[in-house]
Design a protein around this ligand. Sequence first.
Ligand code: F6P
Length: 319
Amino acid sequence: MKRIGVLTSGGDAPGMNATIRSVVRSGLAKDLEVMGIFRGFGGLINDEIKPFNHRSVSNIINRGGTILKTSRCEEFLSKEGQQKAVEVIKKNNIDGLVIIGGDGSYRGALALSKDWGIKCIGVPGTIDNDLTGTEYTIGSDTALNTALEAIDKIRDTATSLERIFVVEVMGRLSGYIALNVALAAGAEQVIIPERKFDLHEMCHEITEGYIRGKASWIVIVAEGVIKGQDIAEKITQNTDLETRVVVLGHVQRGGSPTAKDRVLATCLGAAAVDLLVKGESGKAVGIVGEDINVVTLEKAVTKKVIKTETIYNLIKILT
Ligand code: F6P
């Protein structure tokens, strides 16, 4: 292993820059040459590659987004697209790749390693926290805190005007952000893909609360279940109470990474380089407890099982 490449792919996540910095500097410390590949798999196909040095990653540990840019690349899904990428990898004498992203990026890394024999290691960079083999993905803690800050502000107006607010949060098919932000923000209701949701029970609880004198609610909805607008309309139809909807959207993907995400990013970036140096491929790094965990890319993209019982029940009890 003499020369490695690093790319970010899919939705950006806070902490991707800290990961890039760690990959570049720990690679250089191991006497590797490190190439920055721009715009994900699309940039790989188009040969958007340049050598990185120590200075290339100065002052980025605190920055959101990704200095390498990112993309969701349709062309790379085809064998022809992958072949172009492989030709570019060979032309640039790149011996191994660190691929930072979510499950789509991992599937790309899996294709490159399994079907084309390119050495690839995945690093989990996504706000969704939906990858198997890691308790946390890089960016999920920052996104959670960003959502929390917004919902705290929404609570101020919800209590003042005595209204029901439905807040839709990101996460694709994962309820990680929704569930955890609901508990942290003291929300009254949460709707997540991992648990069955009963509209009538929820509306009944709201009506009962209203009769007892409770005048404001925060309802958190994970985007993977139902649109915030739709649930708000259903609440109004069933309770006659006024609702407002906030879709937090892409604000959750931005901003300076939290300390937790920076530490995770830095540890996992270095661990990915270690694996490449050891000749490993087709693996993904993650964190379990205090330890670095390594799983196959195949396993990493299987559905993550998250425990929801304790937090979900607490939200119900504390309402
Ligand atoms: O996977 C990260 C994520 O932010 C999801 O939470 C969300 O569903 C999706 O990306 C949004 O994608 P885009 O930025 O392409 O609209």
